[in-house]
Design a protein around this ligand. Structure first.
Ligand SMILES: Cc1ncc(COP(=O)(O)O)c(C=O)c1O
Length: 396
């Protein structure tokens, strides 16, 4: 008798980029000692680790035996620090009582989806977008409706698109700003219009702000929490705070939603990692913030060098990313010249001929993703320069 797998699990599509990543790892081993070791520009995590104060705080927590479960909503001290960060960095009053600390943005998204989506509900999101976000909706038995979003809309939903695609079962929108894979944010005015459309229909606006800390443009680097206290904002210690593997994030929710998230979190996770939480308190020390700001400046400098270099190569980046560490580049001219069907084949070609690993668009949607590849600039300037040098050599 074969094991019957739940339909829910079947709806979660495979992560195709992992195939590319696996192939890149395999080839990397083969070429490790050649004069052209693999340059990985496919990685979606900072090339930095948690700074010293954070590491020391983790050690202290472990040695001091501060390793029991915490409250499901997280350590009070950490919630207060996060609240203070909104005040200092964004000039926003976000009370600690609205903050629920979670095991990464992933758990925050899962809690938000389970709390807000009923079976059959539809959630609008842009195509392209981070693949797991539509899968969190599926896991809550909802349907993610991907709406094509092009360069003219900064690869984000517009209020007009939300209005046009709103149906009887639509429950809300799930946006990511800045976005993965494009690094582009929603224009704040447009976000306000989107939120108005959503609120007028009794829906919910969920904004994944995991890359908000890594913002390089004052015009866009604002939290959706400025709109009103009904927005659900997802955030994380993974990106700006360089703590991917520590598994820590948070959600800011309307006050009435917090007890619901708490009840779900108590049952599903009990609490996020206690050691990680104690460590994260030290993220907000002036010394740590100064280090994070130096890193943000480095990410910006990489972007400022890399985007024009890609454009010069004919791998055009239609919208300059204002945040995160990605470049969403159109490789269709190269594909035509090289006789490659699309970005999937381009990724393998770049990997094999230039030993440069990139992420093809496929996982991020279906609208234009055959034309686009995602480069990650979470890599040293030397690596970025080497990658551009090698791509130049293989240029058609
Ligand atoms: C847009 C977006 N949301 C959420 C996540 C999940 O992050 P984490 O669970 O590490 O906080 C990622 C990770 O790359 C992401 O790019």
């Amino acid at each position: 008798m074969t094991l019957r797998i739940a339909q829910r699990a079947h709806r979660i599509e495979p992560f195709y980029v992992m195939e590319v990543a696996k192939a890149a790892q395999q080839l990397a081993r083969e070429v490790a000692h050649s004069d052209r070791p693999m340059v990985f520009l496919n990685i979606g995590e900072p090339d930095f680790t948690a700074p010293p104060l954070v590491q020391e705080a983790a050690e202290r927590a472990m040695r001091g035996g501060h390793t029991q479960y915490t409250q499901a909503t997280g350590l009070e001290a950490l919630r207060e620090k996060i609240s203070g960060w909104y005040r200092q960095r964004f000039g926003l009053e976000v009370p600690a009582s609205r903050i629920v600390v979670t095991a990464g943005a992933s758990a925050a998204l899962q809690l938000a989806c389970l709390a807000l989506i009923d079976a059959g509900d539809e959630i609008l999101m842009p195509d392209p977008s981070y693949p797991c976000n539509r899968h969190f909706v599926s896991a809550a038995d909802g349907t993610a409706v991907l709406v094509p979003a092009g360069a003219q809309d900064r690869f984000q939903l517009s209020a007009a698109a939300v209005q046009a695609n709103w149906k009887e079962r639509t429950r809300g929108v799930l946006l990511a700003s800045p976005s993965n894979p494009t690094g582009t944010s929603i224009d704040p005015q447009e976000l306000r219009r989107i939120h108005d459309v959503v609120r007028a229909r009794g829906g919910v606006t969920i904004v994944d702000e995991i890359y908000l800390g890594l913002s390089y443009d004052e015009r866009f680097g604002r939290s959706a929490l400025a709109l009103d206290d009904q927005v659900v904002s997802i955030n994380s210690f993974s990106k700006y705070f360089s703590m991917t593997g520590w598994r820590l994030g948070w959600v800011v929710a309307p006050l009435e939603l917090v007890p619901v998230l708490e009840r779900l979190a108590q049952n599903l996770f009990i609490c996020p990692s206690t050691v990680a939480q104690h460590a994260a308190v030290a993220c907000f020390e002036p010394e740590s913030i100064a280090e994070y700001e130096r890193r943000r400046a480095q990410f910006k400098a990489r972007r400022d060098w890399f985007i024009p270099a890609l454009n010069d190569l004919g791998l055009t980046v239609p919208v300059v990313p204002d945040g995160a560490f990605y470049a969403w580049a159109d490789c269709s001219a190269w594909c035509s010249a090289l006789g490659l069907p699309g970005s999937w084949e381009f990724a393998f070609d770049a990997m094999k001929r230039a030993h440069v690993a990139v992420t093809p668009g496929r996982d991020f949607g279906s609208a234009e993703t055959g034309r686009f590849v995602r480069f990650s600039t979470a890599s040293s300037m030397e690596h970025l320069q080497e990658a551009v040098h090698r791509l130049k050599e293989m240029a058609p």
